[in-house]
Write a protein of this length. Sequence first.
Length: 426
Amino acid sequence: MNDIPLSLLFSSLAGLILLSAFFSSSETGMMSLNRYRLKHLVNKKHRGALRAAELLARPDRLIGVILIGNNLVNAAAATIATLIATRLLGDIGLALAPVALTLLLLVFAEVTPKTVAALHPERIAFPASFLLKPLLILFYPIVILVNVVSNALARLLGVNPEAHNTNEHLHPDELRTVVDEAGDLIPDQHQGMLLNVLDLGKATVEDIMVPRNDVVGLNLEDDIPTLLRQIRTSEYTRLPVYEGDINNVVGTLHLRNAARFIFGDDSTITHADIRRFCRKPYFVPESTPLHTQLLHYQKEKRRMAFVVDEYGDVQGIITLEDLLEEIVGDFTTNRAEELGEEISDVGDGWFIIDGSTSLRDVNRELEWDLPTDEAKTINGLLVDTFQGVPECAMSLTLRNYRFEIMQTSSKMIERVKATRLPELDD
């Protein structure tokens, strides 16, 4: 060994440190690859991505070949460093060599290459896959032996080494974070639409339906002049048709069909004409999730449905437009003007809110966080809390919201004054 030139020893040590840096950066680069971008590149037949994906299909073998190579290189580097230190410093070099080599490996073979690989994983991992694949073939018997032992130990600890692909699917909340963090990649308006699509599963048709008290329809017990006046002045394209009570639904009348019988002399029009041009009613349970209802509309070729409770009583209606507005925002009506009538800002953080206003609309408009698990409206929330309609002006604090009852009727709370209180530190 003493016959080996120092220049050759130093060159060998430098080469081994570079190899150690290669293995260290390869490990970090391969494990830092974005799995979804990698799948995208694989679909585009990117050669580096194809090799990386093949290696990552068995991460235990990939890590095995990298660590085997890295440990062999580091062991050789330690031997050469000891030879160099002994020849230069004698016996004291035996003590200094491990310290000096550790510092060199930390800086040049660990921290620096791993930092670069973490910041630019594709630029490191894809080229490294050219060498890692043949190395895996070369060291395959050793890798298998190491994996058999390590996987057995993992199973003793309750870990299944074969379940490495179970965490590759994003949870909906994780997908929301991805969309939120997309930045300039996705326009703000599109981000909002994507987030709204993800939220469809959290709401039901009951949350956005038009309640039965607000449904505008045709009562066949009214006389013909009254019905024709409603048809000709209607602001809606489709009108529910019922007899006496909305639970006795006859169907839905499209005004396009109404044009077939409202021409000519009104005296010739009968209730039978209206019945004849009604489409059969379409009922949906109030607990139907919005994303499911959207698919039902597509399947049934419908645009309006009657919402029924568990007893079959009609609770309201829901239209395709209402559902689409949950995704793309308001487009069929000026919702801001409607909410302006239901929610009035009176200053100092106080708002006068109509009792029939949806809690979802209040939360969305005022950026509040009122509970929507049970009640769906301000009236429902407060009536549930009071266990009935209060007979006089009262106030209460619910969570960190203050409500003052302004007006009631025998059936419901008509108007309230509300504000959000400052949250107290725990």
